[in-house]
Design a protein around this ligand. Structure first.
Ligand code: GLY
Length: 350
């Protein structure tokens, strides 16, 4: 373990211990703790789980905590799959999707194709709390965000613009755009060509309540207006306070056709562990991928999808179509990445 992560995880364990100790001194607060504190997120969510765990241990509702956690990644210009610095649509404009779901009220809110606002998760929460609706899209979502005081800003960072420009220049040899020689394009830019990325974060708080959030810039270089799974309740996120929660990252289209997160929660309701439920649903997604474009030349899925879940008893799990894969977890003691089971090694995706 790197020194920095060791210090962080030790700090969190220390914090957990000190919070529990002070709650014991406080007596009344200890009674409120229904069990284990747990935060689960995608690979890119280690800072989110850390932040959310700190807040939950200090008594926050899981929804406040997980949104504050993903805001760190939404604000990070170096994560090109989420928020500020996210990769743009085919016209070079960043469009963001997000949803939230609050277990205790079984309420939800979402925004899709939202431009110029870097924290779509905060806007999704306001849709839930300050409207009679669940999902606002495009211009309506932007107007709603501005009505609530969000400031418009250009979300396209210089690095994301360059990645988009290389993609555009490399699209065709029958147009007037030329790529520079490949050896002049930094390696780190090449790996982003036509990719998806997202962050999801699920939390179980001291009250035994569960909430979740998913937020993304979606498929890189998408057709303007394309909406993936992330803002769709049941696809990119689902929470049932009596059972558990599931979030997803990866190819949204296949998730939309299977409502994977809803199904994971339903399998957990039937008694499956979070990991077993994630695996069972991904197996179904793979079986349903019958279209030729969803298979590569060797017959393997031409896309990846990952599911992350926790249940009311404080158990957690994840699964990925391709791996090795990891996900981020604060399990009440340690905040670290853990391996995710997978169906196929990455080499079979090529
Ligand atoms: N899962 C992110 C997307 O497909 O938009």
């Amino acid at each position: 373990m790197r020194r920095r992560s060791f210090l962080k995880s030790t700090l969190l364990s220390g914090l957990a211990a000190s919070v529990l100790k002070s709650k014991m001194v406080d007596g009344a607060v200890l009674k409120e703790s229904k069990g284990k504190v747990l935060v689960v997120s995608s690979y890119n969510g280690l800072r989110a789980t850390e932040k959310a765990a700190q807040m939950i241990l200090n008594g926050s509702d899981a929804l406040d905590a997980v949104i504050a956690g993903v805001n760190i990644v939404e604000n990070d210009p170096d994560d090109h799959s989420v928020g500020y610095g996210g990769l743009p649509n085919e016209e070079g404009v960043v469009e963001l999707d997000s949803c939230v779901m609050h277990g205790p009220t079984h309420n939800a809110g979402a925004v899709a194709a939202l431009r110029n606002i870097k924290n779509p998760s905060k806007v999704a929460r306001l849709v839930m709390e300050r409207t009679d609706h669940v999902l606002l899209v495009g211009e309506g979502a932007l107007k709603f965000a501005k009505a609530h005081g969000f400031k418009e800003e250009d979300l396209l960072t210089d690095e994301a613009r360059k990645i988009w420009l290389y993609w555009k220049e490399g699209l065709s040899d029958k147009d007037d755009w030329f790529l520079p020689p490949m050896d002049q394009i930094p390696e780190k830019y090449k790996k982003w060509i036509h990719t998806t990325g997202t962050i999801t974060c699920l939390g179980l708080d001291l009250q035994g309540n569960i909430s979740g959030v998913t937020t993304t810039s979606g498929l890189a270089f998408k057709i303007p207006g394309r909406v993936g799974d992330s803002p769709i309740i049941g696809a990119g996120l689902y929470v049932d306070n009596e059972v558990g929660a599931c979030g997803s990252t990866g190819r949204g289209e296949e998730n939309l056709k299977n409502l994977s997160c809803y199904q994971v929660v339903e399998y957990m309701r039937d008694g499956l562990s979070p990991e077993a439920a994630c695996k069972k649903v991904l197996k179904r997604v793979i079986d349903h991928a019958k279209l030729p474009e969803l298979k590569n030349s060797r017959g393997y899925p031409s896309f990846n999808l990952r599911l992350y879940a926790l249940n009311k008893n404080g158990e957690f799990g994840s699964a990925s179509i391709y791996g090795p894969a990891e996900f981020s977890v604060f399990d009440g003691k340690e905040n670290k990445r853990r391996p995710s089971p997978f169906f196929y090694e990455w080499k079979y995706l090529k």
